[in-house]
Design a protein around this ligand. Structure first.
Ligand code: ARG
Length: 472
């Protein structure tokens, strides 16, 4: 047996050294070292529990925890010697510990397997990242609220099929995104609640014969309970897939917002001025101010979807319980978390600092027969069945198109020619303000419901907490 083989923690049954290529092919320490804090936290809780249960001595547990704290500090300060031949974060830390403290270190892995260890680490990691991402979502919601409040009187065209549809308030449009990010936060809370249970004690797959206290480690690690089935616990990555799904939806929302901002900042639309600090110029065209940030976010959304697809595909054919395929979860998870966090951060800044161009938005709202529905609705109030009213107004639009006029350009006489029931009171309804003001139903774009929605949104962000039991 070679020197190299001597160093393997699992080398007992092997006659030959691991092939060099296999060693580097299977090592994950270069990326899973990111889990060092969670790994050490889990190991210390496990060691203390082992001692409390009389499975190892209190002195062993003390040495283990001290040694682990020292290692944690070295890693944090970049002084730790990572070794790819020790495969992953778990064995790098455990082997270093045993080399330093001897027998006590070798007792740490009692009643534990890397299978329940890695499942624990990843659950803690996801939990911590959900808390961080939730805070970025809050910042995004605050930026949208700021825009809604500041632009409460701004009118703009609402679109369907990217064609002028009906007038809306800018604030209403901003609050639509507020709702999307609210659902994202609720989804992350669900995901957090479901993943926050401890797999420790499941050991390799079948549980352990040692008298472990699973609730004790769960409590110490801040889990709300323990997993119910050891086979499931070590082979479950649903929680990670749920998180990737929730993050994919966050990115989808960011991407839709990005797309709108890209369109709105073109000279054809000119609905918003994006902040200089969030745009870039062209190396050849001096006049250019490109919306690179929303473009990148739109592009990165594809990456995060890819991470989700990767995980779903990795898991689809795996028999119970642990399989090494599952090591592939980390890069997808880290990439999706980093990408979503960074995208949210930069987009919240962009949204906070962009400027709606109120005059252009207002001008746009006066085109495209945007109050045609209001005219049809008016005829309905005069007793015309809606389908007939629709037909009449369609004809009016066709006539206006031929004359090069908008609906609000028609005078009372012209309107009365269309239908005798039309009176003076229609005229204000055909203006964008009149149209918006009439949308008084809850959830509509009228100034009243929008002010109510703003108030509710403010209240929601001050009342909401990720951990339900933290709420007063
Ligand atoms: N590095 C491994 C992973 O991330 C840790 C678990 C290894 N378990 C095993 N039986 N080889 O999946």
């Amino acid at each position: 047996m070679s020197d190299q083989q001597d160093k393997k923690l699992w080398g007992g049954r092997f006659q030959e050294a691991t092939d060099r290529d296999v060693e580097s092919f299977s090592a994950s320490e270069q990326f899973d070292r990111r889990l060092y804090r969670q790994d050490i936290q889990g190991s210390m809780a496990h060691a203390r529990m082992l001692a409390a249960q009389g499975i190892i001595s209190q002195e062993d547990a003390r040495q283990i925890c001290e040694g682990l704290q020292e290692i944690e500090q070295e890693i944090r300060e970049g002084r730790f010697q990572w070794r790819p031949d020790l495969e992953d974060v778990h064995m790098n830390i455990e082997k270093t510990l045993s080399d330093r403290i001897g027998a006590a270190g070798k007792r740490l892995h009692t009643a534990r397997s890397r299978n329940d260890q890695v499942a624990t680490d990843v659950r803690i990691y996801c939990r911590d990242e959900i808390v961080a991402i939730d805070q970025h979502l809050l910042q995004m919601q605050k930026a949208l609220l700021y825009q809604a409040e500041n632009g409460i009187d701004i009118l703009m065209p609402g679109f369907t099929h990217l064609q002028h549809a009906q007038p809306v308030l800018w604030a209403h449009h901003m609050l639509a995104y507020f709702e999307m990010f609210k659902r994202d936060r609720l989804r992350l809370r669900d995901c957090h609640a479901r993943l926050n249970i401890s797999p420790l004690g499941s050991a390799a797959l079948a549980g352990t014969g040692f008298p472990v206290d699973r609730m004790a480690t769960a409590r110490e690690l801040g889990f709300s309970g323990i997993t119910a089935n050891s086979l499931d616990a070590v082979s479950d990555r649903d929680f990670l897939i749920e998180l990737l799904s929730a993050l994919s939806i966050v990115m989808m929302h960011l991407s839709r917002l990005s797309e709108e901002l890209i369109i709105w900042s073109t000279s054809e639309f000119s609905f918003v001025e994006l902040p200089d600090g969030y745009c870039t110029g062209s190396s050849i065209m001096p006049q250019k101010k490109n919306p690179d940030v929303p473009e990148l976010v739109r592009g990165k959304t594809g990456r995060v979807y890819g991470d989700l697809m990767a995980m779903l595909t990795i898991m689809k054919g795996l028999p119970l319980a642990y399989n090494r395929d599952m090591q592939e979860d980390k890069e997808a998870l880290f990439d999706a978390v980093d990408t979503t966090r960074d995208s949210l951060k930069v987009m919240a800044g962009l949204v906070r600092h962009m400027k709606p161009l109120a005059d252009n938005l207002r001008q746009a709202v006066y085109t495209g027969f945007i109050t045609a529905t209001d005219l049809a609705d008016y005829l309905v109030t005069k007793g015309v069945p809606f389908r007939e009213a629709h037909e009449i107004v369609g004809n009016v639009v066709a006539r206006c198109l031929a004359m090069g006029k908008e609906l609000h350009d028609l005078d009372l006489q012209e309107l009365q020619d269309l239908h005798p029931a039309i009176q003076e009171d229609l005229l204000h309804l055909l203006t964008p303000e009149g149209s918006v003001n009439s949308r008084r139903c809850p959830g509509g774009t009228g100034p009243e419901p929008v002010r109510g929605a703003l108030e509710q949104a403010r209240r929601w962000i001050s009342d909401y907490s990720l951990q339900e039991d933290e709420r007063s």
